[in-house]
Structure formats: C-alpha cells, structure tokens
Design a protein around this ligand. Sequence first.
Ligand code: SAM
Length: 277
Amino acid sequence: MAAPTLHVVATPIGNLGDLSPRAQQVLREVDAVCAEDTRRSGQLLAHFGISTPLLALHEHNEQQVAQGVVARLLDGQSLALVSDAGTPLVSDPGFRLVRAARAAGVRVSPVPGPSALIAALSVAGLPSDRFAFEGFLPARAAARRERLAALAGESRTLVFYESAHRIDASLADLCTAFGGSRPAVLARELTKLFETVLDGPLADLHARVVADADQRKGEFVLVVQGMGEDADATLAEGRRVHAILAGHLPPSAAARLAAEITGAPRKALYGATDPGQ
Ligand code: SAM
C-alpha cells in the first residue's frame, strides 16, 4: 500500500450490500481497523471474510487511543476508521482522531459511502440545494424546545437524527415551534426491511406516529423544509391569527396556537400586534 494513511471508511446503515468493493479492499489491507464497537464491526468484517485486527475507539476513549493510533501511522502503518453504521464523524466518533492525524501530518483519506443523512435527503423531495444538518436534538425537553425555537426561522432544509423513544416528543415540539403545516419527511429504517418514507405537514406526520406504534420503531431521519419564500405571507397570517387569539387566551397559548395553525414561527409571534394597528 502507498504512504501510511488513515482511511475513514463508511459502512452500511442497514443493507450489507452497501459496503463498497473499495471499502472491503481497504478494510482487508490495513494493519488495523479502529471501530466504535469491535463486536459489531467484527461481525461486519467476518461477513466479508475479512480478518483484520480491530481496535476499540469510541466516545469515551477516543482522546487517549488517538495518540497511539497516530504513533502507529507515523511508524508506517495504515489504519482504517469505521463507526457502527454509516459515515464516521457524522453523529459518530472520529473527529478527535482525524484532527490528531492531520495535525501530525498523516494522510487522511475518505472511502465514502452510506450516511443516513444523505440517504434521507436524497429521497425526501424537499429542497436540497441548501440544507443544515442538526444531528440529534437535545434529549431534555426544555433544551430541545429552545434549540427548535432558534431554528424556526431557518430558510435551509433542516435534517435531524432521532431515536425511537423520542420521535413522538420531538415531532410534537417541532409542530409547536415551526407550526404544524410545515412540510416534512420522516425516513425510517432506510435500506432495511421496514424502510418507510412518510411525507406531509409536520402535524400529519406526528398524528401518524402517535396512531401507529410500528411507525415509532427503528431509526429515523427527519427532514423539515425551511421557512420558505412565502415566509412573509406566513408571518403576516400568523400575526393576524395571533391577534385574534390574544384577545381570548394567555399570550404564550395564543402564540403557540397561532404558530400551529399558520406555520409561522412561535417566537416571531410573541409580542406581535395586529398588522392593522
Ligand atoms: N454515522 C451515521 C450516518 O452516517 O448516518 C449516523 C450515526 S448516529 C449514531 C445514528 C442515527 O442515524 C440514528 O439514530 C438515526 O437517526 C440515523 N440512522 C442511522 N441508520 C439509519 C437508517 N437505516 N434509517 C434511518 N435513520 C438512520
């Protein structure tokens, strides 16, 4: 093999047929494979008849292990980095190792392949010329709502990762922060047996997830259209509805309902007055 290299190798997100021939070759030829979960990656390698030694590199030991890995690279070895699924460093460990390797002047080379974020975006049918990947939303409700409130006016398409036990709560919070009429796509179990791609307004997606326990199972990518060019009209409508509701409800409830009805961002409605005033 050429100069010592750290190969960052993408692995399947479900369908083993997605491990590319080049990924297989690199994983076979390197001196060792750094893996998030050696048992899981061991099974993947075994499936392809690859017996390269594995080295545990995960969130909790990355800083320490990175130094040893860089030393091996400087010593002339080539290594690969994989995560449990998809592309390393994308909501997965590897950032510290790649940074350390680059700082040491070692060649770092990608073997691109599956990533749930790109797979979901490629089938969502939502604007994909500009998008922002937000990874996982905070687990705590207050922090999650705060993050979503800050994102409600974002014009780029937003992509979130989500797990089965929080998909219901996150969709509910998205409806509140972005308005239930915002177009979105829920991509579940991509490339696997129960792959499902649902599209519709956020409120409909939430209703389907609440109504059908099967739609709450597995792994999810949520793609949400950004606040569009019709944003001014949406905001004007939000303010109009808010002004009516504010005569009957406490301010926060009026803003929340007006956001849900019109799709205007809730934050922009606080303190809003009737445009006619
Ligand atoms: N590095 C991975 C990548 O490139 O996609 C992501 C790792 S992150 C720890 C795992 C999250 O990715 C899951 O909770 C889910 O949100 C998303 N994900 C992974 N595989 C998926 C799949 N087959 N279908 C839908 N979402 C998936």
